[in-house]
Design a protein around this ligand. Structure first.
Ligand SMILES: C[S@@+](CC[C@H](N)C(=O)[O-])C[C@H]1O[C@@H](n2cnc3c(N)ncnc32)[C@H](O)[C@@H]1O
Length: 392
């Protein structure tokens, strides 16, 4: 496909997205009905579409409105390119921009900050309250593509062995400073899931910030550990590698854990469903709570535009439900780790503060708000200890 034909393809996919399909659905339907698009074309289309979702507001501003054509015109104008070079009406290319469209183009110098940074206004205000000037860098980071990070499964391989195995399959990686288990893919990302290193369980796909949260958690060797919001099991598998023993798993939604047996088998990890009837408390309860996902909006940019204040309030309420249920499961002297992949204070530091008031037996040992790009997605964790005495 020519560059202009790819832009036309992206317009058609974005039209489907704007009429209600998810971007993934729109992309895969388009590719199924356009078999001539090869793997490089599909990758290029994905990049065009997801860049447009990350930069939806600024592209729409520059391109004259929130339409599929407007987004693609805006994408070109943002890169300093003349839209008419690709919107030229040639075979498979978009038809030329009209005078009416040009009249709607916004100018970069008049763009409000929240539009320029592609952050809904109400969230931009919250980020500014939390991070001051640094909020600009946070929003700018969320406009970029995310890297592909891998966690070396130390139950099966050393970091060096995993690097070598990946390299044999054409995947080049670099280490991530400060995150001992993390490898960042610099070449061959699309081959990862077919590689021997992946199918043999030497590596898992996991962002570096998630890995760091587990590495910094007090994971006792072969201790009694519960992953209370296990979902697809990313943290449970990392906890298993850290502890070398069994990890009990739980999730309010059983279906979210359906891939866990296969993933555990591949990783050589011992995961067991938690039996609620069993009264014994845990050394560590890890709560990777449901959240806005705002730290991961580079990967799932649609969510940036669909989050509402009401939905955020629902997440906050669910997080308190999770914490309230998890706290009594921690043995005296044991730990509770509260984690989210969010950058919003209301879901993070404010929730930890609420928890400390509601459960005064706990103290906060460490809290960390990681921001996008440092070292990976935005991610928060708070490490809390149950100070109740075993004698008491
Ligand atoms: C952020 S996801 C977990 C991701 C998972 N830990 C991983 O690393 O792949 C949050 C999970 O919490 C679960 N959840 C929601 N409400 C819950 C509750 N009240 N108790 C336990 N789990 C809950 C959701 O079903 C969801 O799977």
């Amino acid at each position: 496909m020519t560059p202009a034909a790819r832009v036309q393809g992206a317009i058609e996919i974005l039209e489907a997205y704007l009429s209600g399909q998810s971007a993934e659905q729109a992309l895969s339907r388009w590719c199924r009905s356009h078999r001539f698009a090869g793997s490089k074309d599909r990758a290029a289309l994905r990049d065009l579409v997801f860049d447009a979702l990350r930069c939806r507001a600024s592209y729409a501003w520059l391109g004259g409105g929130l339409s599929a054509r407007g987004l693609m015109v805006g994408a070109l104008r943002k890169r300093g390119l003349a839209p008419e070079d690709l919107f030229n009406g040639q075979t498979y290319a978009p038809f030329p921009v009209t005078g009416d469209e040009i009249a709607q183009f916004g100018q970069a110098e008049n763009m409000p900050d929240d539009v320029a940074l592609d952050m809904p206004g109400w969230l931009f205000a919250q980020l500014q309250d939390s991070f001051g000037e640094a909020a600009l860098g946070v929003c700018a980071a969320l406009q970029q593509r995310a890297p592909v990070d891998l966690r070396v499964n130390t139950l099966k391989a050393s970091v060096g062995q995993a690097e070598e195995a990946l390299y044999e399959d054409g995947i080049a990686t670099e280490r991530v400073a400060g995150v001992a288990t993390a490898l960042r893919v610099v070449e061959g990302a699309r081959s990862v899931v077919r590689s021997r290193a992946f199918t043999d369980g030497l590596v898992e796909l996991q962002d570096a910030a998630s890995q760091l949260a587990v590495l910094r958690s007090p994971v006792p060797h072969k201790g009694r550990i519960l992953d209370f919001c296990a979902g697809g099991g990313g943290k449970a598998l990392a906890l298993a590698a850290g502890s070398g023993g069994c990890i009990h798993v739980h999730d309010a939604n059983l279906k979210r854990m359906r891939d866990l047996p296969d993933r555990a088998a591949r990783a050589g990890a011992d995961l067991r469903m938690w039996n609620r009837a069993e009264a014994r408390a845990f050394d560590l309860v890890f709560c990777d709570a449901p959240c806005s996902g705002s730290g991961t909006w580079r990967r799932s940019p649609e969510a940036k535009w669909t989050l509402t204040p009401d939905r955020l309030a629902e997440y906050v309420a669910t997080q308190r439900t999770v914490l309230t249920a998890a706290a009594p499961l921690v043995r005296p002297g044991g730990f509770l780790v509260y984690a989210t992949c969010s950058i919003l204070t209301v879901e993070n530091a404010a929730q930890t503060a609420w928890f400390l008031q509601a459960f005064p037996a706990f103290s906060l040992l460490e809290a960390s708000q990681m921001l996008p790009e440092n070292p990976g997605d935005g991610f928060y964790f708070g490490i809390l200890r149950n100070e109740r005495s075993t004698k008491g």
